[in-house]
Design a protein around this ligand. Structure first.
Ligand code: ZN
Ligand code: ZN
Length: 146
């Protein structure tokens, strides 16, 4: 989620639309415990990648003012951080079935049981992240093997 850094910032017009998309997505899959994974086109590696972390740089100015930059989304593939923009999140228009394995609930590590959950991803993403077991796996946008 994008955190608003100040209350004086006007809410972006596109945010209501994004919220609606998210609400519909959550209602469709009916798994409210799923991770929130954002697919953005990365400025660093040029691919559609998952961005599961934010970084926020706070610089201390000589006048002892704290300047908080807007949160930046960090690419899971190359570590490139880019500022969030309205509408930068790609719509997830394809459903894939997870090929990963679930985490064991009690012991550490993964169980042998396949995850098999379906989740929606953008068709252009070469690698995707399962919302339930956090397995990174090939996505629909992966270049086909010769
Ligand atoms: Zn990247
Ligand atoms: Zn999974």
């Amino acid at each position: 989620m994008v955190q608003q850094s100040g209350s004086d910032e006007p809410e972006p017009a596109g945010l209501a639309f994004v919220r609606m998309m998210v609400r519909e997505f959550v209602r469709d899959v009916r798994y409210p415990t799923a991770l929130t994974v954002r697919y953005l086109r990365c400025d660093g590696c040029g691919q559609v990648t998952t961005h599961s972390t934010d970084q926020r740089s706070i610089s201390i100015m000589p006048e002892r003012e704290l300047t908080a930059a807007p949160p930046e989304a960090v690419c899971d593939e190359c570590g490139h951080a880019q500022p969030r923009m309205v509408g930068d999140e790609l719509p997830a228009e394809m459903t894939v079935t997870c090929v990963g394995r679930r985490y064991r609930r009690i012991r550490a590590g993964r169980s042998r049981r396949p995850c098999g959950q379906e989740f929606a991803v953008p068709a252009t993403a070469p690698r995707v992240l399962c919302l339930w077991c956090s397995t990174v796996q090939p996505g629909p946008g992966e270049p086909a093997n010769p």
